[in-house]
Design a protein around this ligand. Structure first.
Ligand SMILES: NC(=O)C1=CN([C@@H]2O[C@H](COP(=O)(O)OP(=O)(O)OC[C@H]3O[C@@H](n4cnc5c(N)ncnc54)[C@H](OP(=O)(O)O)[C@@H]3O)[C@@H](O)[C@H]2O)C=CC1
Ligand SMILES: O=C(CO)[C@H](O)[C@H](O)COP(=O)(O)O
Length: 504
């Protein structure tokens, strides 16, 4: 990001605990011809003196205590009207705590989620800032210059809303990202078990990305690309199924199946998004299970132990599919619905939080921010599904499950999703997020769930009350405690039951 700003002509003062890290950036800046544009500062005092006022300080730090420590260290050297632009994946509550902490000093703290990975950080990321409006208006012209541009050259940055809303929306962006990545890796696993080689799968992803419902999906485009990458310098081919061209092994053939960021604490966005979904009472089947799947994958040692205890567990069988092209088309549609469900669930979380915190989120800006440069960029979903709802900038009724456009695609793709899950169940394929998506769409659109029995049991043992099918008032539509209790079994003492035979 330092290089990105330098490229825009900005003088960048770097500060990092590692002098080596700063030297590496300066060397790159010099090589790129931004001579003298990037300078390093060991101490906050000299760093802050090097900046003209009002200063703009950009954080790109691990979340939590590091940000607190850095802010604490900087504050004595800052003055009124200075702006901190926190571009890390910070928890929104930390952002709001820091906004409150600096308020009386006149320092303004913006929480700005940044997406697109290190390639986009260099070339132009998607940026999601929220906080003090005056500060946002001051930094926006700079951010508009460096941010990713959509196909109409519009910058993928905009004022999201008040408080910690920028970091919140970015956090949910990552929750959506996790749902999409889960579905994609599950589809990849199925294709592997269909006997397809890594590069052949890469070609399928290339097709998926070029037209139809998964068109222009960043995660699919990088999936297509990574499937063909070989590491120079190695001469054995670990993948018996992959194409024989080239002597070097495909890198993907050697990647172990562990996703560990949640456990190591490097990142928190998946944990926070799911915690938020649960705390805000948002059913987020795909996101929840995608997270649990990552967790289970991380504990490789435990999986090995359970595998031994279960005499080899339940490995997927080879899939013998008669009409391969038709099944891959089903898989494409199942993957699409899982990505769509991830967006629907994520937007429902944001909308609920927005209502709870009063952030006044600008949904048209959220749409624009996700349009390019970010990990969840999905052209079809954005243009066809999200645009009609988010661009009209509603303050409520953002639930895409009520959208006729979603209904149309669900009618078209749901049978394919059902076939993929059925085949997966039959052959022990690993499809947690894809299966959860099938359940999600069934459940959220059902008007006769088996939870009637659940309610009855709750009332039986806990007198938790229930509503009745014959009740016609608005209450039955709302998540309110029911009006009825049935005395399923009167509470009696042991003495009453056993009478004279009762012994103390
Ligand atoms: N990687 C990605 O694709 C993306 C990352 N993010 C977010 O951006 C932020 C940075 O990510 P990333 O660059 O990957 O993470 P890194 O861990 O690579 O970098 C973190 C930076 O913070 C510095 N740092 C660590 N501790 C301190 C401290 N006590 N005081 C001052 N500086 C410190 C590190 O210094 P040192 O050089 O000494 O290690 C390093 O420069 C994170 O919040 C991440 O979640 C957001 C979007 C994408
Ligand atoms: O924020 C990001 C992308 O948007 C970062 O790449 C982040 O490091 C991904 O990690 P995680 O999968 O744990 O969210």
């Amino acid at each position: 990001m330092a290089l990105l700003f330098a490229e825009d002509g900005v003088h960048v003062s770097l500060s990092d605990p590692s002098e080596e890290a700063m030297d590496a950036v300066i060397e790159k800046a010099e090589k790129s011809g931004y001579n003298g544009k990037v300078k390093k500062y060991k101490h906050y005092d000299s760093l802050c003196k090097s900046l003209s006022t009002p200063r703009l300080l950009v954080f790109s730090l691990p979340h939590g205590s590091v940000g607190d420590k850095v802010l604490e260290g900087l504050m004595p050297h800052l003055s009124r009207s200075d702006i901190i632009l926190d571009c890390g994946n910070e928890h929104f509550a930390n952002t709001e705590r820091r906004q409150e902490k600096v308020k009386d000093t006149g320092i303004r703290y913006i929480g700005c989620g940044v997406s697109g990975g290190y390639q986009a950080a260099r070339a132009g990321p998607s940026m999601c800032p929220g906080g003090d409006e005056s500060a946002l208006k001051e930094v926006l012209p700079l951010l508009e210059r460096v941010a990713a541009k959509d196909k109409n050259e519009k910058p993928c940055v905009g004022i999201v809303g008040k408080g910690g809303s920028g970091h919140y929306v970015k956090m949910v962006h990552n929750g959506i990202e996790h749902g999409m990545m889960s579905a994609l890796c599950e589809a990849w696993g199925i294709m592997r078990n269909m006997g397809m080689g890594y590069e052949e799968i890469g070609n399928v992803f290339k097709d998926w990305n070029s037209s139809g419902e998964l068109k222009g999906t960043f995660l699919i485009s990088i999936g297509a690309d990574l499937s063909h990458k070989r590491e120079p310098g190695k001469d054995s081919n670990a993948d018996g199924k992959s194409s024989s061209q080239g002597n070097h092994p495909l890198v993907i053939s050697e990647v172990l199946d562990k996703v560990v960021q949640d456990i190591t604490g490097e990142e928190g966005t998946g944990i926070w998004s799911n915690t938020e979904a649960i705390e805000l009472h948002v059913p987020a089947f795909t996101l929840n299970i995608a997270h649990a799947f990552r967790l289970a994958s991380a504990f490789r040692g435990d999986r090995e132990k359970a595998n031994t205890a279960l005499d080899g567990g339940f490995p997927p069988s080879e899939l013998n599919i008669q009409d391969k092209a038709a099944f891959i088309e089903d898989l494409r549609k199942a993957t699409y619905l899982s990505c769509l469900a991830s967006f629907i669930q994520g937007i429902n979380i944001i909308a609920r939080a927005d209502q709870a915190h009063g952030w006044g989120i600008d949904y048209a800006q959220v749409w624009q921010i996700w349009r390019a440069g970010c990990i969840i960029q999905a052209d079809y979903i954005s243009d066809e599904i999200l645009a009609p709802v988010l661009k009209s900038n509603p303050s409520s009724n953002l639930n895409l499950n009520f959208s006729p456009r979603v209904a149309k695609d669900l009618h078209n793709c749901f049978p394919a999703l059902r076939r993929v899950v059925a085949k997966s169940v039959e052959t022990d394929q690993v499809t947690p997020a894809i299966s959860a998506t099938l359940e999600y769409f069934k459940v959220i659109s059902a008007t006769d769930l088996p939870t009637a029995f659940y309610e009855a049991e709750l009332d039986y043992f806990g007198s938790h009350m229930f509503d009745m099918k014959s009740d016609k008032d608005q209450q039955v539509k709302e998540p309110m405690e029911g009006k009825h209790h049935f005395e399923w079994k009167p509470a009696t003492s042991q003495k009453e039951v056993y009478g004279q035979n009762y012994k103390v």
